[in-house]
Design a protein around this ligand. Structure first.
Ligand code: 6PG
Length: 247
């Protein structure tokens, strides 16, 4: 874990969602000011859904430059979008359908093709968008990550080959719950981001949050998230932060 990271603790999950939406809006504001557009990669799972729904409401609905926003996914389960396990499907229900984002600026991972081909296709979609050559790694303005109780993040599961991937930006993996084929961004592109925010909520995440922030158990995949020059934030609620030293 880089020496430089901040921990923000909110009273409860609703205030965590509000704080996440505020971080999203601030990152978007800065990116649009700097270069005229904002790029963000969303994670799936249950934790970010409250934040996604909050972003669809004011002041975020009217305050964010949605027509200058480009949304990608950190990872995706290779299931139909109507499947409750679909990260894009959930984000579409909670956020995409409710904000004036331009359809071509929403980049769901391709789950309709064989997973290996999907990984190649999505990597190309990212590099075409960022206009990066083979030696350059695209830098997202914001990457939002969750954390599993086993220390995984994105679909970077413990003791899997993808943890050693240093060239491909997107890989196909199989794992997690549900145990399905998945596409996932890899460390090279995640660590290139200007800002990375982990969201963790609830007592169920307290032990893994402590293991990552305080014990720094290096075998845990989330510890591989070490932004090269970007900002790293842990956004927690009282419950998920409950085992951290009270300093
Ligand atoms: C996924 C996610 C994954 C998630 C964690 C936490 O597609 O499964 O990207 O990394 O963030 O598993 O999930 P919860 O928020 O549901 O606890």
């Amino acid at each position: 874990m880089p020496t430089q990271f901040q921990v923000i603790i909110q009273e409860n999950s609703d205030l965590l969602s509000e704080a996440g939406a505020t971080l999203f809006a601030e990152s978007a504001e800065q990116a649009v000011e700097d270069k005229g557009f904002f790029t963000v990669a969303l994670s799936g799972g249950s934790t970010p859904r409250g934040m996604h729904r909050r972003l669809a409401e004011d002041p975020f609905h009217s305050g964010i430059w949605w027509h200058k926003t480009h949304i990608f996914w950190v990872d995706e389960r290779c299931v139909p979008v109507e499947d409750p396990a679909s990260n894009y499907g959930a984000a579409r229900k909670d956020l995409i359908n409710w904000v004036p984002i331009i359809k071509k600026n929403v980049h769901p991972m391709p789950v309709h093709m064989p997973p290996h081909a999907g990984a190649v296709h999505y990597q190309r979609e990212i590099t075409d968008f960022f206009k990066t050559g083979p030696a350059e790694i695209p830098a997202f303005d914001l990457v939002l990550l969750g954390i599993g109780t086993d220390g995984h993040t994105a679909s970077l599961f413990p003791e899997t080959p993808v943890l050693r991937e240093q060239k491909q930006l997107v890989s196909m993996v199989k794992g997690g719950s549900p145990m399905v084929n998945r596409l996932t961004m890899t460390y090279p592109v995640l660590n290139q981001a200007r800002e990375v925010v982990f969201l963790a909520s609830g007592t169920g995440k307290a032990a893994i949050v402590q293991a990552l922030i305080e014990k720094k158990q290096r075998t845990l995949p989330a510890l591989g998230i070490r932004p090269r020059s970007g900002k790293l934030t842990w956004l927690l609620d009282r419950e998920s932060a409950s085992l951290l030293q009270k300093d």
